[in-house]
Design a protein around this ligand. Structure first.
Ligand SMILES: Cc1cc2nc3c(=O)[nH]c(=O)nc-3n(C[C@H](O)[C@H](O)[C@H](O)COP(=O)(O)OP(=O)(O)OC[C@H]3O[C@@H](n4cnc5c(N)ncnc54)[C@H](O)[C@@H]3O)c2cc1C
Length: 380
């Protein structure tokens, strides 16, 4: 956006965008969607760039970037669809829980292999009966005589949990009598005996995938709890702020591409002897959508700047998440109209953007929940 980013920030955003165009490509992302294939090759390429370690300090082997740098990366990674961005963003924002709350042993086990692309992370909050009411978690962890956790229950919609070498950060109940204070986070490799993980045939998230998970007496070493017992509520609130900031940036990147795609088509497609861009109804649709995208980007950048400065930004982050997800959905829907019948074909990419956008106003907290969070700040 003109004059908003300084030279080095603009250079970083351009670098990620060029990488998406030349090294990842829209065609690859489309193929992963069509075949429901996890994008392992792209994950590897991004690991080789060192970008998985963007938010880790240099002492930890990372880049030492700040949250605004991360927001710009997310915007670039989202360019050709949110499903692809999720493959990189879910592991990277989940990893930050280990940076913040992990023990020396957990960091030793997981940080370097993660930055090198050898392992990835998923986050599992949602359950069949705990969606928006995320802290209604029933999946239960109890200590056995050896001091290990024995976990039983069921989880829902855990993205990327089926991918190879994935460690799941799972919200579990360790105290039945304390709704918020009775929650803890466990680190559970997806090959642990007693876990059954099924990739679901969802409308969106074809490639990265989302899963249902069943846990039958899963044994987790006692020291694989993240932070303290009972700290799960705090960890998730913290986690969700970073998650929402990152996903909102990726939605904005994809919304911009949806507008660009529709605009290119409107200039190329001729009907009644002229480019359809000449019809004022379509011109105005594009003008409105570009305005929405710019507004979404400004909200995302505001949240990113505040978080990079270490300021709490729950309201600003919810505003960015709400507006960017609704913007992506509207731009993809308008794109479908502008591309006419051709929009239905996978090669046009718009049907994929629309499918994925429908998840964006649900995942990471629905639009209704974001409005509820924003409304809290309006209480006099
Ligand atoms: C593709 C996909 C990937 C996902 N990935 C993950 C993941 O990696 N990890 C994870 O933990 N979860 C994940 N989720 C789950 C996602 O976060 C939840 O679906 C979401 O939080 C909503 O929960 P729910 O689906 O149970 O809907 P519900 O909570 O049952 O909501 C249904 C409807 O009721 C509305 N509603 C509910 N409560 C209120 C209220 N208090 N006020 C107003 N309206 C309300 C909602 O806004 C919604 O419109 C994923 C979901 C999908 C579809």
């Amino acid at each position: 956006m003109a004059n908003f980013l300084d030279e080095s920030q603009q250079l970083w955003l351009d670098t990620v965008n060029k990488f998406m165009d030349n090294e990842i490509t829209c065609e690859y992302i489309r193929k992963c969607d069509q075949n429901r294939d996890y994008p392992y090759e792209a994950y590897e390429k991004i690991a080789q760039q060192g970008w998985l370690g963007l938010l880790f300090s240099e002492e930890e082997g990372g880049v030492g970037g700040n949250i605004f740098d991360y927001v710009l990366m997310a915007e670039g990674l989202g360019k050709y669809g949110f499903d692809f961005a999720a493959a990189i963003l879910v592991p990277t924002f989940t990893a930050m829980n280990i940076a913040k709350y992990g023990s020396a042993k957990q960091k030793e086990m997981y940080v370097k292999p993660f930055i090198e692309g050898k392992i990835r992370f998923s986050v599992s909050m949602t359950e069949p009966d705990a969606g928006s009411d995320v802290f209604a978690t029933k999946t239960h962890a109890k200590k056995n005589a050896n001091g290990d956790w024995v976990v039983n229950g069921a989880k829902m919609f855990c993205s990327g949990a089926q991918a190879k070498d994935t460690v799941i950060a799972m919200l579990v109940r360790t105290d039945m009598n304390n709704k918020h204070g009775g929650l803890s986070m466990l680190l559970i490799p997806n090959t642990t005996p007693g876990l059954v993980i099924n990739k679901l045939p969802t409308l969106s998230r074809h490639a990265t995938g989302t899963t249902e998970i069943f846990l039958d007496n899963v044994i987790v070493p006692g020291d694989m709890i993240l932070g303290e017992e009972g700290q799960g509520h705090e960890i998730i609130l913290n986690h969700l702020e970073l998650e929402r900031c990152a996903v909102a940036a990726a939605y904005t990147g994809n919304a911009q591409e949806a507008v660009n795609n529709a605009n290119r088509y409107a200039h190329q497609r001729t009907q009644f002897g002229q480019p359809i861009f000449n019809f004022q109804v379509l011109k105005h649709m594009l003008a409105e959508d570009q305005t929405r995208v710019d507004a979404a980007r400004l909200l995302v950048y505001r949240a990113g700047v505040m978080k990079a400065e270490g300021k709490p930004a729950p309201t600003e982050t919810s505003m960015a998440k709400l507006f960017a997800s609704e913007t992506l959905k509207q731009c993809a829907l308008d794109g479908m109209q502008i591309l006419g019948g051709f929009a239905n074909l996978p090669e046009a990419d718009m049907e994929r953007y629309l499918r994925e956008s429908i998840q964006c106003t649900i995942g990471g907290g629905t639009s209704q929940i974001q409005r509820t969070i924003i409304a809290k700040s309006l209480r006099l």
